[in-house]
Design a protein around this ligand. Structure first.
Ligand SMILES: Nc1ncnc2c1ncn2[C@@H]1O[C@H](COP(=O)(O)OP(=O)(O)O)[C@@H](O)[C@H]1O
Ligand SMILES: [Mg+2]
Length: 534
């Protein structure tokens, strides 16, 4: 078109030129008016012949209604399940309910400006997320937009947010421990790299704190961490990020956040997007830890969307496929075979229970999907037994195989002594007169309980944990008054600095804890306590 116009314009000016001047005609100028017309038509027809229209097929539908976080769309007969659709104002949505007559779409952004009659376009692709090393240290939303103060420049590498989990034959058994830095977990409920361990408990029992502690503890362990906050208060998330930053944990961490007031669609896709980012690192052969804080909020967003899409509600009004929603997410956690880089993805999903009801629908689902659970008790929390982990209700099904041998040497003694103590403690509370051996079990148990306490955001190294645990099992603390236990424990913990480097190396890498090493460590603790007592 542009060409045509130019030709006709120039011939116009040429003809007006020839009319106004009587001088000789310039070269190539036709003699007569007929000649001019012929030339113009010739030019027109060549440019018409050269013009090849490029057809860009765009399917366009129309919005028929907009609800909270949901739109229904008419048209788009060829749309695929979970295809990304584009709405006006750069809002995207996922085609979620495809009926013969209409499509139910989950909206992924601010939708207040959308109205019935708006145009909707297909994109021909599914929802994906930008991935890369440059995300480390950043706080983003599930669409990859920066939520911290700096701009983010995405590279071209993207991964779909929903990916099939690794095939069984591509997976390896869990053999390497993921140290949480919390004595009670590393000794009694050990977690391995590639495992899925549920953290559950009522609100305000210290669930998020355990997860943040675990992330802080990965410093220098060559583990990439992803913290995915779903539907939490912005102030809580801000506090957690500030702590991770202060402890230097943001260097190896990506934070993916949807706030409480975000459209439910964003909360729904958040854990999937975060998992794809995690898989990017796992596929590069790295060990990755992902925390979903929490999946109760995720399940609620999904219930909200499903009810709006008029899917039939089931137990506790959750739609029938809620189990599948979480299982296909957690199935992606695994350890890969060496042929596939040997990376791993450890998942710590968090669930909030109501009134300690761990038999509710979502908790039972997740307990059955994961490889174990850490249960936090509000009663222990009130007693100041922090972290408030109820050892009796907590279990780790695969972590034991990955546990360091030094822990294994103390774990069974510790578990038995602690279980005996908890049983006897109930009787002791009734003021029964106790014989000497019972009193001894109770007093030892009280010291175990004291040693398993740990303040928040201060994870311990393996050596620090082992020296305290070995001293405990050897009965070194039994002579210390309960009131002075915290202090005594601190002294022993600090004396870990005196353990020779070769012994520490064997703690981390040897197949067994040798009798000599054990004796050497206990001796260091005994020395430290002797100075303390005197
Ligand atoms: N080990 C601990 N020592 C001291 N305070 C703790 C400990 N664990 C948790 N807390 C405190 O308990 C409160 C609730 O913890 P949080 O992790 O936010 O609970 P939840 O995620 O279960 O709601 C927070 O104020 C936190 O500082
Ligand atoms: Mg929390």
């Amino acid at each position: 078109m542009a060409n045509e116009r130019k030709t006709s314009a120039s011939s116009n000016s040429a003809s007006s030129n020839s009319a106004s001047s009587n001088g000789p005609l310039p070269d190539g100028m036709p003699e007569s008016l007929d000649g001019v017309v012929d030339q113009v038509f010739a030019a027109l027809s060549t440019s018409r012949e050269n013009f090849a229209p490029q057809l860009l097929l765009r399917e366009v539908g129309t919005v028929t209604s907009v609800l909270t976080g949901i739109a229904t769309v008419d048209g788009l007969p060829n749309v695929g399940y979970e295809e990304l659709l584009k709405f006006p104002g750069n809002v995207f949505g996922i085609a979620f309910n495809i009926d013969e007559s209409e499509i139910g779409v989950i909206l992924l952004g601010d939708y207040w400006h959308l109205k019935a009659g708006d145009r909707v376009e297909r994109t021909g692709r599914v929802m994906d997320v930008a991935v890369g090393d440059y995300l480390l240290g950043r706080v983003i939303d599930p669409l990859g937009r920066a939520l911290d103060d700096k701009e983010i420049e995405h590279t071209s590498e993207r991964m779909p947010i929903e990916r099939p989990a690794a095939a069984i034959m591509d997976r390896s058994p869990v053999t390497v421990p993921l140290q949480t830095g919390l004595k009670v977990i590393d000794a009694l409920i050990p977690i391995g790299r590639g495992q899925r361990e549920l953290i559950l408990g009522d609100r305000q029992t210290g669930k998020s704190t355990i997860a943040i502690d675990t992330i802080i503890s990965q410093r220098g362990q060559n583990v990439v961490c992803i913290y995915c906050a779903i539907g939490q208060r912005a102030s809580t998330v801000g506090r957690n990020i500030a702590i991770m930053r202060e402890k230097g944990a943001m260097d190896y961490t990506v934070v993916v956040v949807t706030e409480g007031d975000a459209p439910p669609g964003l909360a729904y896709i958040a854990p999937y997007a975060a998992t794809s980012i995690a898989e990017y690192f796992m596929n590069a052969g790295r060990d990755v830890l992902i925390v979903y804080d929490d999946l109760t909020q995720h399940a609620r967003s999904y219930r909200e969307l499903s009810l709006l899409l008029r899917r039939p509600p089931g137990r506790e009004a959750f739609p029938g496929d809620i189990f599948y929603i979480h299982s296909r997410l957690l199935e992606r956690a695994t350890r890969m075979c060496p042929e596939f880089g040997g990376g791993s993805l450890t998942a710590l999903p968090i669930i909030e229970t109501e009134a300690q009801d761990i038999a509710a629908y979502i908790p039972t689902n997740l307990i059955s999907i994961t490889d174990g659970q850490i249960y936090l008790s509000p009663t222990l929390f009130e007693l100041g037994m922090l972290p408030a982990i109820d050892v009796g209700k907590s279990v780790s099904r695969v972590g034991g195989k990955a546990q360091l041998p030094a822990y294994r040497a103390v774990a069974s003694d510790l578990k038995l002594a602690y279980a005996q103590f908890e049983e006897l403690e109930t009787f002791a509370r009734f003021g029964a007169s106790l014989d000497a051996s019972t009193r001894k079990i109770i007093e030892h148990g009280q010291r175990i309980r004291s040693c398993l306490k740990q303040p928040e955001f201060s994870p311990l190294s393996v050596a620090e944990q082992i020296i305290v645990l070995l001293a405990l099992i050897a009965g070194l603390f039994d002579a210390i008054a309960i009131a002075r236990m915290t202090e005594a424990q601190k002294i022993v913990q600090e004396s870990a600095a005196k353990i020779p480097a070769d012994v520490i190396d064997r703690l981390l890498h040897a197949k067994n804890l040798s009798t000599e090493d054990r004796a050497a460590i206990v001796q260091i603790a005994r020395q430290a306590l002797a100075d303390f007592k005197s």
